[in-house]
Design a protein. Sequence first.
Length: 146
Amino acid sequence: MKTPADNEWVLKQIIIWGSSVAGGFGAASMQALETNLSFALSFKTLVAFACGMALVFAFWKSIFHPLTGARQRVLRWVTSALLIAGGFAGVLYPLRFVSPSQFPALITGLSVAVCALGGVATLLYLCKRFFDEDERKRTENDSSIK
């Protein structure tokens, strides 16, 4: 029978490798995108795939590794910053292929998306605070009963 530690290790491997492959495909698709919104595969696409996969792999390894020093903390910040920059690049890079007449509608759509995602992030943050407070109260009640 598998122990919880075994299950946790398997779950971490699924997270690391699954999102690394996805990051590789994201980087490769950004590199292969052409002006007419088609894809041209080349050796650069393979290199971009490897770089994207390596970045996401390094990110998860630094997240799952316990903090032991300043070097680990710097690695965590650098990989997080690169991942955020890559996310923005993935959203904004294809905009260079949009005709200028379509920019007002595009800006409106992006603004609505930012507001919607901000609302979801706010709701998630409020849920986290609620659950943390509920856990704190439950722990206090359990300790006062004993």
